[in-house]
Design a protein around this ligand. Sequence first.
Ligand code: PLP
Length: 387
Amino acid sequence: MSKHLADYDSGPLYFKDAKDCYLYDIFGARYLDFIAGWCVGNLGWKRKEIIEAVKKEAEGGFYVPPFVRWRKWEELASLLCKIAPGKLSRAFRCTGGSEAVEFAIKCARATIGKKIIVSIDGVYHGHTYGAASVGNACNEKINPCAPGFVKLPMPTQKNFQQVIKQFEELVQKNDVAAFLSEPVFSNAGVFIPPPEFYPKIQEICRQYGVLLAMDEVAVGFGRCGKLFTSELWDLQPDIMCLGKGLTGGYGGAGATLVTEEVFKKSRGIPDYSTFGWVPNATAAMLENVKILLKKKPWESAKILGEQMLKSLKELEKNPKVKEVRGIGLMFGIELREPIARKIITQCALRGVLMAECDDHTLFISPPLVIGQKLADEGVRIIKKVIS
Ligand code: PLP
C-alpha cells in the first residue's frame, strides 16, 4: 500500500480486472457490478470492439493539438449533435464532466451577458471551482466559492409549484443567464422531479430569454430509460453537458453541446483544452456511442429497471428504510439511519458492489446490459443484507 497517492475516501478493495458485469480484486474474488463506475460503464467492461478501436488509435501514436483540425473530432461532434435533443449543433471538447459543466457556465454567461446561474440545491455537478460552486461541492475548506450562483430547493411533488415561482421571480430581477440542472437528480439520491417541473422551467426560460443547460454527465447515454434523460420531459436544452457514459470508461473525456446561437455568442471564452478529446479517448467515444446507438440497451434496461424497482420497493416495509426511488437502471435507497457504508461493506462481502450518495443513501446503477438473472441476484443479496 503506497502512502503517496492523495486519496481520502476509497474503500479497502484493490481491483485487478473487470469483464462484462463483474469486477475482480487482487485476491481473485469476484464482485457483481451494481455501480458501473457510477454511470460510466453502461455497456459493461472489456468490450472487444472498443478495446480494438482504442488499440488501433494508440498504434497511430500521435497527439492532435487543439489549434489544428482532425477528421475524427468532426465525425464525433456531428454524431453527438445528431443524436442530441433539440437544436444542439456544436460540441466543445472537454477532458471530463467537470470541464463540461465549466463550459456550460462560461457559454451561458457569454451568450446572455448576465452572471447568475440558477441550480438545484444539493446536486453534484463536479469538483472544479465553477462546477463545485454551481453544485454542492464548494464547502468551507475551499471558500470563497465562485460568485454568481443561486440555488433553489429540490423540487418535490409538494413544493414544485413554489420552486417554479421562485425561479420566475429570480428571472424577473433580470440578472439570470441560465438554469443549469440534472434532468433527474442522480447523485443527490435519485430524486425524480414531478413531470410538470421541467416543461414549466423551460417555458419560463424561453419567455424571459434565459438558457436551459442540462447536465447529462451521469444520466446521459441511456441511464434513465431514454438515450438522454432530458427526453423524458421533452426538453430542448440550449446547452448539454456529457461525460462518464460518453467514453464508457475506455478513455477520459467530456463534451458540452450548444446551439448555434450559443456557439456564436461564446466566441472569446477560454476554450483551449490541451487533452480534450485526445485520439485514444476519441476512438473510445466513437466506438462506444456507435455500439450504444446500435444496441439501444436503455430499452430493455427500462423494463428491467421497473421490475427491480418493484422488488426493491418491498424494502420500504423495513423500518430501516425510508424510501426507495428509481428510474431506468438507477436507484436510491434512503435509510433512516447513517448505515449506508455498513450495508455497502456487507454487500461487498457477499459479492455485490454499490455506492453511497451520503451516509443515509445507497446508490445503485448497474451496467445497462446486466440482464434479468444478474439483476435478480444482486437485488436478492441487497434485500437480504438490509433485512
Ligand atoms: N455532473 C454530474 C451530474 C456528475 O455526476 C459528475 C461526476 O460525478 C460531474 C458532473 C463531474 O464529472 P467528472 O467527475 O468527470 O469531472
